[in-house]
Design a protein around this ligand. Structure first.
Ligand SMILES: [Ca+2]
Ligand SMILES: [Ca+2]
Ligand SMILES: [Ca+2]
Length: 481
């Protein structure tokens, strides 16, 4: 799930970003070097798999590169060669290219499971000749296969009708009457979830949001935070004071609308980027504009609410009232009971099937989101880890997932096009067909959060399709591609 490596080549400017390397499930990228247009680094991450048993899928890391022009100091998205033969990966990994060259997937080349130790990767960039700084980013993903799935569960609030989504459905579109749930008609261009895609294994973390902010201009940072980047060291970025476990702070103020600020994780206030600073806690306070910009910047895209159900349920038959882990059993958990709080080892003392970070309503605003993947261990199963069918974590509870809905014409105009790695000068996403980053028309929420009651967590619950563009303490998100 994480990024990070900051590499300096020949630039003479002072580089001021450093991150601690954290543990637990995290992608680590180290030892980066550049030779000509080739960039080489070591990658490692935990709990990787490639299986020919159900769900017949694999995990991967979406790797993309930003480069900084030494003259302008602006960070640009590096295109990569689309030829697999231009890249190389040591065993047990392989490189999977994408047609737009905005990144690559790194994944197991053969069946297997367990941790991936530091493994050498070389990627060929297609960027102009120049002198640059580089950052290599990695985001853990799970593969969602092209296959039929059941939509709707026949019982949850606002559920779609109980229908199958198939190749034919995707090719022909769906009428409002067949889809049900108060939807408008959905054209064949809308991503219904039948086709294959990758989904982020975890919600966006606070560390990932910090790393995003640290590649933006002052003006872009101003849009993507609550308190202006010119504020003093220690100012919280997303709220007035430390609350709801969000510890993103200004480390070094920006200035004069030209010099961007540097952000850090500091949930345990004092020394930044220590092991107890909440790096792996889900990022909350994300507006639709924040999520949309993060996904455009990382060359991912938002998910549709049909894709949300596919990620959770997979090809298994629908179960009335089921949660994303596939059963109707649920057990409330919250951030007050965790051990090793705010660290990469943040855990829940007793893990039982159906454990989920959800609440009983607004009296639980004393809590906050927890470490992503908190219930997963090397021995946990789907119901005890809270995993979706394909292995995405916390699709139910923790922070809300923001989705593109079928409730309005603004939503169904979405064609599933990916971000291109850059956002506009004001910090907004700028991809055609995406719901407006300003008014969020065509978006809604799925999966519940750490405050709201269990009904919202259900895979097919559609009680939260209200359009709300603003930031709030229980809202986060993740992307797909
Ligand atoms: Ca600290
Ligand atoms: Ca969630
Ligand atoms: Ca863009």
């Amino acid at each position: 799930m994480r990024i990070v490596y900051f590499f300096r080549t020949l630039c003479v400017i002072i580089l001021i970003t450093l991150f601690s390397i954290s543990k637990a499930n995290n992608v680590q990228i180290t030892g980066t070097s550049v030779s000509g247009s080739n960039i080489t680094f070591n990658i490692s991450w935990d709990n990787s798999w490639n299986t020919n048993l159900a769900p017949n899928n694999w995990d991967a890391v979406w790797v993309f590169i930003k480069y900084q022009d030494c003259a302008t100091r602006l960070w640009n998205h590096a295109n990569l060669s689309t030829l697999i033969s231009d890249h190389s990966a040591a065993s047990p990994l392989q490189v999977e290219t994408v047609t737009d060259g905005k990144g690559v997937y790194i994944r197991r080349s053969a069946l297997g499971g367990g941790n991936i130790g530091a493994t050498s990767i070389t990627l060929k960039m297609t960027i102009p000749v120049g002198t640059y700084n580089y950052k290599v980013f990695g985001i853990e993903m799970v593969k969602v296969l092209q296959e039929n799935f059941d939509l709707g569960d026949g019982s949850s609030t606002g559920t779609y009708n109980s229908i199958a989504i198939t190749a034919t459905t995707q090719a022909s579109g769906l009428s409002a009457a067949i889809l049900g749930g108060g939807s408008v008609a959905v054209p064949s261009t809308f991503p219904m979830g039948y086709n294959e895609f990758y989904c982020m294994k975890y919600e966006i973390t606070q560390e990932q949001y910090v790393e995003f902010l640290n590649t933006l201009t002052y003006d872009q940072q101003k849009t993507r935070t609550v308190n202006d980047p010119i504020n003093a060291t220690g100012t919280y970025a997303m709220q007035a004071s430390y609350s709801y476990r969000n510890g993103i702070r200004i480390s070094l103020p920006g200035n004069n609308n030209t010099l961007p600020a540097v952000y850090a994780c500091d949930a345990t206030a004092g020394t930044e980027n220590s092991t107890n600073d909440g790096q792996n806690i889900a990022a909350n306070f994300l507006s639709w504009g924040d999520l949309s910009a993060y996904l455009d910047w990382s060359a991912l895209r938002p998910m549709s609410e049909l894709e949300f159900e596919k990620i959770c349920r997979g090809p298994l038959p629908r179960v009335a009232g089921e949660y994303p882990w596939g059963t109707t059993a649920i057990q409330a958990a919250n951030s007050s009971a965790v051990t090793s709080p705010l660290t990469p080892s943040e855990s829940y003392p007793t893990v039982v099937n159906g454990l989920c970070i959800y609440g009983i309503g607004t009296t639980q605003t004393i809590y906050g989101p927890v470490r992503v993947g908190i219930f997963a261990t090397s021995t946990s199963g789907r119901a005890s880890s809270g995993a979706s069918y394909y292995g995405a974590m916390e699709m139910g509870g923790n922070v809300w997932e923001r989705v593109v809905t079928t409730a309005s014409s603004a939503g169904v105009a979405f064609t599933g096009n990916n971000g291109d790695g850059s956002i506009d000068a004001t910090g907004e996403s700028n991809q055609s067909s995406w719901p407006s980053p300003i008014n969020a028309s065509g978006t809604g929420f799925r999966g519940g959060d750490y405050i709201n009651v269990s009904g919202f967590v259900r895979t097919s619950d559609r009680n939260s399709l209200v359009v709300q563009s603003n930031r709030s303490y229980e809202r986060g998100g993740r992307g797909v591609r």
